[in-house]
Design a protein around this ligand. Structure first.
Ligand SMILES: *Cc1c(COP(=O)(O)O)cnc(C)c1O
Length: 469
């Protein structure tokens, strides 16, 4: 038995005291006899957070919010458990063996590990085939590959969900660019979502005609404020489009969406799902890579474009990356769950403090991105500095806004990642322009995501951007 000090957080229904709508807190210091156990453990944790400059008030604020999120976190754990079993089942069905972890060099003929991994991906995504390669350099490359290999001159590409991800503008030729689809005679049409975020079915019907060959649907909102699409909504859209034109191909940009739900868009009619291995499915371990899972013919087209007509999937050495690809996929369901919990924790923290957050604290989630609008450049900078200061790598670096290619304002980025640029690792970025929002994602473990968010909050308080009492 020993004496420990502990603080109880009291939550009042009013809201006057704290100035926050419907919410207020008061900290009561009490001294209490405690058995060695719960409270002492918390005191140890608090001491650990203090080493990082996190105050007791910030820590307690976080704890109170976490307490309210228990049920949601339990649901996320259930999804992760389901997806963990799904991945293991696929690995077992494909007979993954120790020999699969060895790589090949040179041409990479008969690369057992590569071919088996592609069978695992096809099984996880319930598709006929898959292309999973370190030679696919990033998500944009995977998407460009899927599009350029499945479209021919004279075809038209349609996006029925508004403007696609920034980097695809140059791939498609929305912004004129060397080597774009437009240069090869592929035209593009776009139907925006309606103001309430719903599909403009009439507009989509009118936009589909005999040249329409491929429909691209982006699951994640990316850096826009539209809602992220659930697999169910994607399925409804695909049914609608295929009813109008049964032979049209549907590709889903699945970036940031993998393993957030128990089903994937390929299970609701998508002919291809495409993504990056330095996001969810790489589980934080894949050092590079992208995937295209889908109909045999679509994947074959992509392989012929990635390597060469005639060579297709037969070449492409896996070098030494296969253990990271396999183990990363194995970890991906729980890593995605950690990132999701971090996003929800951040949403609830900043919502309670009165900042606009998308998605909001209670909305259902279909990707791992969280937007928080701070309304001032200081807010964006302070948040990113906090995330950086919580990183395992490059924590001593102070991020600075810079003129990033492709953006018309300065952008600040926080990332202290083991894999450069990996956004399944805890990371944040924000353009220094109105409305001064940051986009936050990732976290290989929930304790790290939690720490990063508390550190960002502490930094915002220390910089005078907000206060919690
Ligand atoms: C990240 C992302 C991309 C592009 O991936 P990169 O690996 O950054 O090239 C495309 N679409 C969406 C929705 C993304 O989130």
């Amino acid at each position: 038995m020993n004496t420990v000090k502990c603080w109880f957080l009291q939550v009042f229904p009013c809201g006057q005291e704290s100035g926050l709508p419907g919410w207020c807190t008061k900290y009561t210091k009490v001294e209490k006899w405690q058995k060695k156990g719960g409270t002492e453990r918390m005191t140890d944790l608090l001491e650990k957070y203090r080493e990082f400059g996190i105050s007791e008030a910030v820590y307690r604020f976080g704890e109170a919010i976490l307490e309210s999120l228990r049920e949601r976190f339990r649901q996320i754990d259930d999804t992760a458990e389901y997806n963990q079993l799904k991945v293991i089942r696929s690995m077992q069905r494909a007979n993954v063996s120790e020999a699969c972890l060895l790589g090949t060099t040179g041409y990479g003929y008969n690369d057992l590990g590569r071919d088996t991994l592609e069978a695992v991906y096809a099984d996880v995504f319930r598709t006929e085939d898959a292309l999973v390669r370190p030679q696919i350099t990033c998500g944009t490359h995977a998407l460009a590959l899927a599009l350029s290999s499945n479209l021919r001159p004279g075809d038209e590409l349609l996006s029925p969900v508004g403007k696609p991800y920034d980097t695809l503008e140059e791939v498609i030729g929305i912004r004129p660019s060397r080597g774009s689809l437009a240069e090869y005679g592929v035209s593009y049409r776009q139907v925006d979502l309606l103001p309430d975020g719903s599909f403009d079915y009439e507009g989509i019907r009118a936009a589909i005609h005999d040249k329409t060959r491929l429909v691209t649907i982006q699951r994640s909102k990316g850096y826009q404020t539209r809602p992220t699409l659930s697999v169910k909504r994607i399925g409804e859209l695909i049914s609608f489009v295929k009813k109008i034109k049964p032979d049209v191909l549907v590709m889903v940009d699945n970036c940031y969406g993998e393993f957030v739900e128990t089903t994937e868009p390929s299970e609701v009619g998508a002919d291809m799902v495409v993504g990056s291995l330095i996001k969810n499915p790489g589980g934080g371990l894949a050092p590079i890579g992208g995937y295209i899972a889908g109909k045999k013919e679509c994947v074959e087209n992509a392989a012929c474009r990635l390597t060469s007509p005639g060579l297709a999937k037969e070449v492409g050495a896996s070098l030494g990356v296969l253990p990271a690809f396999y183990q990363g996929l194995f970890l991906a369901p729980t890593v995605t769950a950690s990132a999701l919990k971090g996003a929800i924790f951040a949403a609830n923290i900043y919502e309670k403090l009165g900042f606009a957050v998308v998605p909001d604290g209670t909305e259902s989630r279909h990707d791992i991105i969280q937007a928080v609008t701070f309304g001032s450049p200081e807010g964006v900078t302070a948040f990113c500095e906090g995330i950086q200061a919580a990183a395992p790598v490059d924590s001593f670096v102070k991020p600075e806004p810079w003129d990033m290619p492709g953006y018309d304002s300065k952008v600040i980025m926080a990332a202290g990642a083991f894999v450069s640029g990996s956004s399944i690792e805890l990371s944040a970025d924000g353009p220094i322009a109105p409305p001064y929002a940051v986009y936050f994602q990732g976290g290989l473990t929930f304790p790290h995501a939690k720490f990063g968010i508390l550190k960002s909050l502490q930094n915002l308080i220390d910089c005078g951007v907000c206060s919690i009492l």
